[in-house]
Design a protein around this ligand. Structure first.
Ligand SMILES: Cc1cc2nc3c(=O)[nH]c(=O)nc-3n(C[C@H](O)[C@H](O)[C@H](O)COP(=O)(O)OP(=O)(O)OC[C@H]3O[C@@H](n4cnc5c(N)ncnc54)[C@H](O)[C@@H]3O)c2cc1C
Length: 558
């Protein structure tokens, strides 16, 4: 035996599972295809937002939340509809969903604080949903931001694993790529794979796939924590659901290349049951990174509620296609509307006043104030004059940004960013003027304007995320800004079906002895704990919850 437990993947889920096992006195081996610089996987790059329910931070901002409200929201978002018949795909997904909301309303925050995670007072209102109480979306702000952003979540667990490695209870096998599971009869007893050539590429930079040898490792149990498929457009296209029309021919990539989905195909080949593979979470507000780390590197704008959203032909998107409301609903509009589905982009039009207060960029490297825990910079960049420096850098250098002093020049600039000029200035002006006319009263029939007023009733948004309502064509709010938006791949909502201890199932619906799964590879629990939609900030927590559960189950068993 090379260890008690072998874990495939040194991302957040693998690290959390490994640390739980080490704490219980078990020997762990973590097998990772990238080098040691990539410890923490996607979590290191993430914004670090965490879905928490009924916290002191919410109460300080006068948000009243409860488990019941969060569970109502989660069920409305998940819309699990595969609960009947033989081996229903949502059977365990729904149970994991419920357990996760209990975790988010209970042990999650205190346990994370015990692990060394520290929270800022900021609570965002992400994914406000489709506009009905029982439907998709967060009824209240729940997106808690930690100091350090993604690094503030991943590094406490990476540090513990580094210490365990120094003490000899955990062994890292970096540059070891798993190609298959080893089965003795019906029990998984190890993995085999390829040793990749040494490569000291920086974090997130694609590394060599040159093989220099093979390996076999054996243990009492194996945990698949290999992440999702977002870095592999071929897989995204393969599993793209018909309900979202056709996949865009041009997408940008919101995750490093190692999020390749390859291990999920290997698991399928070994008879492991994967479910809900057609459920994914890709954003429609992606921009090309002017300073890329990985191929086709895109950054997601975390938008406030005021930008006007137009399709490729210059028509305002219908609700729920509003910034920050309904990720998959907006994707469905863009991919299913017949005369725009052939185009792969849409547009925001906004003002300088809006970008200063409302634009944030997802990713640890895009938020140096929070990531470096620099309170002075945080106050200067979020509450001072001008947009935060990373947003200004995109405005200045990003190929998807157009800035102009008047609408004629703005639309002319937008038309230079497509092969043919698709936008009619007068059509756009008419719609902006119609919207601006809704601002003469403190109430409105325009759903987006109503949303802006609603947003400003939440103290957190009023202070940091929602510009005071103003007319887009008011020169005092300018210059005007347009942003060409792309579909950016990110999360995988389906995956390996697991029971509530994290054991993986085979295609006949029986647990496979010795095989467990955690994190994105397990669809964040049960092969689909989110159902069709996520409430945001739920992915890192999903890795933590499933990783901790698997670690504790195995520690109790072995
Ligand atoms: C920019 C960005 C922003 C995000 N923001 C948020 C946020 O604010 N809130 C939130 O909740 N979530 C966020 N997420 C999502 C979240 O970070 C991920 O869903 C989560 O970190 C996935 O962790 P994981 O451990 O399951 O997988 P990963 O982090 O993908 O780790 C899997 C590891 O397995 C390795 N591996 C894969 N196959 C093999 C193999 N065959 N052999 C050996 N090794 C293998 C990979 O190299 C990788 O290191 C964000 C993600 C990104 C990229």
């Amino acid at each position: 035996m090379d260890a008690d437990v072998l874990i495939i993947g040194a991302g957040l889920a693998g690290l959390v599972a490994g640390n739980e096992l080490v704490r219980a006195g078990r020997k762990v081996a973590i097998v990772e295809q990238e080098n040691g610089r990539n410890l923490g996987g996607q979590a290191f790059w993430s914004f670090g937002g965490l879905f928490l329910v009924d916290t002191p931070m919410q109460r300080r901002l006068r948000v009243r939340d409860s488990f019941d409200l969060a569970w109502q929201d989660w069920q409305g978002s998940a819309a699990w509809d595969r609960l009947d018949g033989h081996l229903p795909e949502d059977e365990w997904a729904a149970q994991w969903g419920r357990a996760y909301v209990e975790f988010a309303a209970g042990d999650k925050r205190p346990w994370l604080e015990e692990q060394g995670v520290r929270f800022t007072p900021l609570v965002g209102w992400a994914e406000r949903g489709s506009g009905t109480a029982a439907g998709h979306g967060n009824s209240v702000p729940r997106f808690h931001v930690p100091w350090g952003t993604g690094t503030g979540i991943s590094e406490p667990f990476a540090d513990k694993a580094r210490t365990a490695a120094e003490e000899g209870s955990l062994t890292f096998f970096f540059r070891h790529q798993v190609d298959g599971l080893i089965l003795d009869g019906d029990t998984v007893t190890g993995v085999h794979g390829t040793v990749l050539a040494a490569d000291d590429a920086g974090r997130g930079i694609p590394s060599s796939r040159q093989a220099v040898g093979g390996f076999e490792l054996r243990a009492q149990a194996v945990v698949i924590a290999s992440g999702g498929i977002g870095g592999n457009h071929e897989q995204v296209r393969r599993w793209w659901p018909a309900r979202l029309g056709t996949p865009p021919s041009d997408m940008i990539t919101g995750v490093p290349q190692h999020v390749d989905g390859r291990m999920l195909d290997i698991a399928t080949g070994a008879g492991v049951r994967l479910v809900n593979r057609d459920r994914m979470w890709h954003y429609t507000e992606g921009v090309r990174n002017w300073d890329p780390v990985w191929p086709q590197h895109g950054i997601r704008i975390l938008p406030g509620p005021s930008s006007l959203w137009f399709d490729a032909l210059g028509r305002r998107l219908p609700a729920p296609g509003l910034p920050g409301y309904d990720t998959i609903g907006t994707l469905a509009i863009l991919r299913n509307t017949p005369d725009i589905a052939q185009y792969d982009h849409s547009w925001f039009i906004l003002t300088q006043k809006m970008i200063e207060k409302e634009f944030a960029l997802s990713g640890s490297e895009q938020n140096p104030d929070l990531t470096n825990r620099d309170v002075g910079l945080l106050l200067r960049s979020r509450l001072g004059r001008g947009a935060p420096p990373p947003v200004e850098a995109f405005k200045k250098n990003g190929e998807d940004f157009v800035v102009a002093g008047n609408l004629t020049d703005l639309v002319a600039g937008m038309n230079t960013l497509t092969d043919t000029a698709l936008l009619d200035r007068d059509l756009i002006e008419r719609q902006i003027r119609q919207r601006d006319a809704e601002l003469d009263n403190p109430y409105s029939k325009d759903l987006q304007v109503m949303g802006i007023h609603n947003s400003r009733r939440f103290l957190g948004d009023r202070l940091t995320r929602t510009a005071s309502p103003h007319k887009i064509l008011d020169p005092a709010a300018g210059p005007l800004i347009a942003v060409k938006l792309h579909v950016i791949t990110r999360k995988t909502l389906g995956g390996i079906q697991t029971d509530l201890t994290g054991r993986a199932f085979d295609t006949a619906g029986h647990p496979i002895y010795g095989l467990y799964a955690a994190g994105e590879a397990a669809g964040f629990g049960g092969g689909g704990a989110h159902g069709y939609n996520a409430l945001e900030g739920t992915f890192l927590g999903g890795c933590i919850f499933t990783g901790r559960t698997v670690g504790r189950s195995l520690a109790a068993l072995l």
